[in-house]
Ligand binder design. Structure first.
Ligand code: ABU
Length: 497
């Protein structure tokens, strides 16, 4: 029994503490495995919802003055998971990243044990090589024959890297001189349905939100290329300097794919950098029957693609890929002598840390590599096709009940199914502003009820001009048709009145 021991009884403090250390870690692994088992148990709740002040009461979060015994630490581990939302539960369809793939989880465990930093080959030799192999493999799916890539902490930062690379290509002097090197105001173009990170990039880069121009979309939420062309001309007419166009492959709310070939034509005409934010939709590239949605992606200069979304890799796992090699290092290199010595006993091109604006970089590759090894390309193709099959099933189910569900995207391009649940009292109410207002008020109430019940979770949001509606995401391999059936029935049970 190790319950009364404290941290100094374990390694590295106690040099003879290997057996106790192993036992402690095996208990922790058991807690984690039990949590995974409960996650996949459909009879378990997704969450035990507490308001923040209630949760503060039931949890002991204080940092003590004196060491706590191992038993308490094990209880702390259990408690942390007890109130956590089971994002891998088959009925959790709330975010773009749902589900837990156990091979990827195992990868995350090993990653933590290796506890290294991805900035140099010196301290992460295997993982650096692994990253190069996987990034090259991803670039092959994109259609880049050469190029360079880096993993980054999330899609927003990946998009920022793309914009930084574009600016550097156009104005290399910016790196030394900053704003003084620019002949005028730089402008980014992105669709009105795109992720807010492009606005964030415009802020972070000193352009300002006003210089992140939103291009109107058509009735399928896709960027209109002729509008892009018009807005570029308009910006030029005002003396501004367009430099970057972001197309979206899988918009956050509706899952729309922008027409990449037509946007590429506009970019070529104006000689602008063409970036594709495929943080969400990138997984379609792995399926022969789905990759047509991103036709033209090979014409892009850069692309963001998050394996922690459709590919189901444990959070977080994101990357940005460039068609041309050398941009990341030229743009971001600071040559810190203490880290990136040029006279190391190996080829220092393998020290990838100077390609990014971060210094410390988490190892996000092992879990992706291990998962990809487990499935092969073939397994990932099946994985994508499965998600799309379930999405079709869900749309069919909702269409069977037109009195209860009103679909916003009747033919979803991605796995986002957007709809209103219509409570009984509204079913006979005539269409109009009043009904739409009530409908918009009802969805958050219903969301609150599902969180209290803990039976399933889906997200909601308004999207101009539409009031609040649900966005159901299918991105987990755990979801089955029975979960869709359950959701349809449960929405009606919780929201009927
Ligand atoms: N763009 C980050 C993910 C947002 C979502 O899960 O809905």
């Amino acid at each position: 029994d190790i319950g009364n021991l404290i941290y100094t009884d374990l390694q590295p403090f106690n040099l003879t503490g290997a057996p106790e250390t192993k036992l402690f870690l095996s208990y922790v692994a058991d807690i984690s495995s039990d949590y995974v088992r409960a996650t996949f148990d459909r009879s378990s709740k997704i969450l035990d919802f507490h308001q923040p002040e209630q949760l503060e009461e039931v949890l002991d979060l204080d940092i003590p003055k004196h060491p706590l015994p191992i038993d308490q630490l094990l209880t702390d581990c259990k408690d942390a998971l007890k109130y956590q939302v089971k994002t891998g539960h088959p009925r959790f369809m709330n975010q773009l990243s749902c589900g837990i793939e156990v091979v990827s989880l195992a990868g995350e465990w090993i990653t933590a044990a290796a506890n290294t930093n991805m900035f140099t080959y010196e301290i992460a030799p295997v993982f650096i090589l692994m990253e190069q192999v996987v990034m090259k493999h991803m670039r092959k799916f994109i259609g880049y024959t050469h190029g360079d890539s880096t993993m980054a902490p999330g899609g927003s930062i990946s998009n920022l890297y793309a914009a930084l690379g574009a600016r550097h290509t156009m104005f290399p002097e910016y790196k030394q001189k900053g704003l003084r090197a620019l002949p005028g105001e730089l402008v980014i173009f992105t669709s009105c349905q795109s992720h807010y990170s492009m606005k964030g990039a415009a802020c972070a880069m000193g352009l300002g939100i006003d210089n992140c121009i939103e291009v109107p979309c058509d009735d399928k939420w896709k960027m209109i290329p002729s509008e892009l062309d018009r807005l570029i001309e308009d910006a030029k007419g005002k003396g501004k300097i367009p430099f970057f166009v972001c197309a979206t492959a899988g918009t956050t709310v509706m899952g729309a794919f922008d027409p990449l070939n037509a946007i590429a034509d506009v970019c070529e005409k104006h000689k602008l950098w063409f970036h594709v934010d495929a943080a969400w939709g990138g997984g379609v590239l792995l399926s022969k029957s789905l990759r047509y949605k991103m036709a033209g992606v090979e014409r892009s200069d850069s692309i963001t693609w998050n394996p922690h979304k459709l590919m189901g890799v444990t959070l977080q796992c994101s990357g940005v890929h460039f068609k041309k090699d050398g941009i990341l290092i030229e743009c971001n290199q600071m040559s810190a002598d203490y880290l990136f010595q040029q006279d190391k006993p190996y080829d220092v091109n393998y020290d990838t840390g100077d390609k990014v604006i971060q210094c410390g970089r988490h190892n996000d590759i092992f879990k992706l590599w291990l998962l990809w090894r487990s499935k092969g390309d073939e397994g990932f193709e099946k994985h994508m096709d499965y998600l799309w099959g379930l999405t079709e099933y869900m749309v069919k189910k909702l269409k069977e009940h037109p009195d209860k569900f009103e679909l916003l995207n009747e033919d979803p391009e991605c796995t986002n199914v957007c709809f209103w649940y219509i409570p009984h009292r509204l079913r006979t109410m005539k269409q109009g502003t009043e009904r739409r207002k009530i409908l918009g008020d009802v969805q958050p109430i219903l969301k609150g009820r599902m969180m209290t019940a803990g039976s399933f979770m889906i997200g909601y949001q308004p999207l101009d001009p539409h009031p609040n509606f649900f966005r159901n995401i299918i991105s987990s391999q755990a979801v089955k048709k029975e979960d869709i059936d359950f959701m349809v029935e449960e929405l009606d049970r919780l929201g009927y009145d």
